[in-house]
Design a protein around this ligand. Structure first.
Ligand code: PMP
Length: 392
């Protein structure tokens, strides 16, 4: 008999919600027009994109600005950072403010810009809190952009993006603020109306839409001041900021996933937060788990809990759990091909010791987890401590 899967890796990707599958199938079957075509089918496709845009903006809690559809969070982050860096000649070679331990799709464009002569400044994130006490040292900088994620995908810490916007807009009027809300969207309040960011990244496959669709929201100000240059040129789609025929089925699915996600948001988030808390309490109070370290950020997202058996490599624990049907992550899923034996920058910046960082696994939830799921996970973790850890 096959062991049933317990999927505790929703921050890596989510199953596609049935409503999004249905809507996407319908477009694949019938709605094949090109939104740029002037005839009936083209206009129908354009209307589908428009409807999805409204659903996504509604879920985001914003009425103005524009959505630039991308292939996902990675492309949206690249567009925000590289597109901003080139937009204003007078800001070229300037400074970008960020945090240690952003997702690779932010880190890599920043590393590329650094090679081109830009400088990168870092806000500390000890215990998952953006620390502005070092901010004075940035005062003389020619700042063109600040970019920080809404929820850290490894620690589950919610960053105070509103405070970041306030700080940056007050001290650096030329700079735009971007947040990678790939992990935060629909989990925490990330409405640009509230946080006052200029650009926001979201990704479909973290919220019940398929892989390969995402968006960069940009504010009316970014549009008006032409604060961003495109990375893809050769058509006039998406306000001229991302050429290429739109992925209409993906966009429709993203719209529907947003509408469904928004309706379920409150209830799901409460369930995830409760599950996270009850798991955390057991790990902290049950003597069997004395050797386990759990990350408890000051402001935790409801859906992420990271933990370690210090000294036991994360990969070993992940494989042990996987053999028993439980799916979790070690480090960020995207980085796992490259940095297996390197401690995660996000965990180190949080203040996790290197040995613990190398042992850290991440559980991430979707609100459907049960008491039985919790017991199954804890029982296997206890086995791991007995058979893998104490035997070493
Ligand atoms: N940013 C964060 C914080 C992520 O967790 C991910 C996905 N692991 C991405 C960006 C990249 O998104 P996508 O997979 O849609 O390219």
């Amino acid at each position: 008999m096959n062991t049933p899967i317990l999927y505790l890796d929703h921050s890596a990707t989510t199953p596609v919600c049935p409503e999004a599958v249905e809507a996407m199938m319908q477009v694949l079957r019938d709605g094949y027009g090109n939104p740029s075509s002037r005839h009936t089918l083209g206009r129908q496709a354009a209307a589908l994109v428009q409807k999805a845009t409204e659903q996504i903006m509604d879920a985001l809690g914003v009425k103005q600005g524009a959505l630039i559809f991308t292939s996902g969070g990675t492309e949206a982050n690249n567009l925000a950072i590289l597109g901003r860096a080139e937009a204003k000649p007078r800001l070229q070679g300037g400074t970008i403010l960020t945090t240690q331990g952003e997702h690779a799709s932010v880190e890599a464009p920043l590393a590329y810009l650094q090679q081109k002569g830009y400088s990168i400044a870092y806000l500390p994130t000890k215990e998952g809190v953006l620390d502005f006490s070092v901010a004075e040292s940035f005062a003389a900088k020619k700042m063109l952009l600040a970019t920080a994620m809404t929820v850290n995908n490894e620690t589950g810490a919610v960053y105070d993006i509103k405070a970041l916007s306030q700080y940056v807009h007050q001290h650096f009027p030329d700079a735009l603020v971007h947040t990678d809300a790939t992990q935060g969207f629909l989990k925490v309040d990330c409405s640009p109306q509230n946080t006052k960011v200029d650009m926001l990244t979201l990704s479909g496959h973290k919220i019940g839409a398929p892989k390969g669709i995402g968006a960069l929201w940009i504010s009316p100000d970014v549009i008006k001041t032409r604060g961003l240059l495109p990375r893809n040129i050769g058509g006039d789609q998406c306000q001229d900021l991302r050429s290429g025929t739109e992925n209409v089925p993906g966009i429709v699915a993203l719209g529907v996933a947003c509408e469904v996600g928004k309706k379920q948001q409150k209830e799901k988030n409460e369930k995830m937060a409760q599950f996270r808390l009850s798991l955390l309490e057991e790990l902290q109070n049950d003597a069997r788990f004395r050797a386990v370290t759990v990350l408890t950020p000051k402001h935790p997202a409801p859906h992420i809990l990271s933990l370690a058996i210090p000294g036991l490599p994360a990969e070993t624990l992940l494989n042990f759990l996987s053999q028993k049907g439980i799916c979790v992550s070690a480090g960020s899923a995207c980085a796992s091909n490259h940095h297996q034996s390197k401690a995660s920058a996000a965990l180190l910046a949080y203040g996790v010791p290197e040995k613990t960082a190398l042992s850290t696994i991440r559980l991430s939830f979707d609100g459907t987890e049960t008491q039985q799921d919790k017991e199954r996970f804890l029982s296997l973790l206890s086995d791991a401590l007995t058979f893998l850890y104490r035997r070493r």
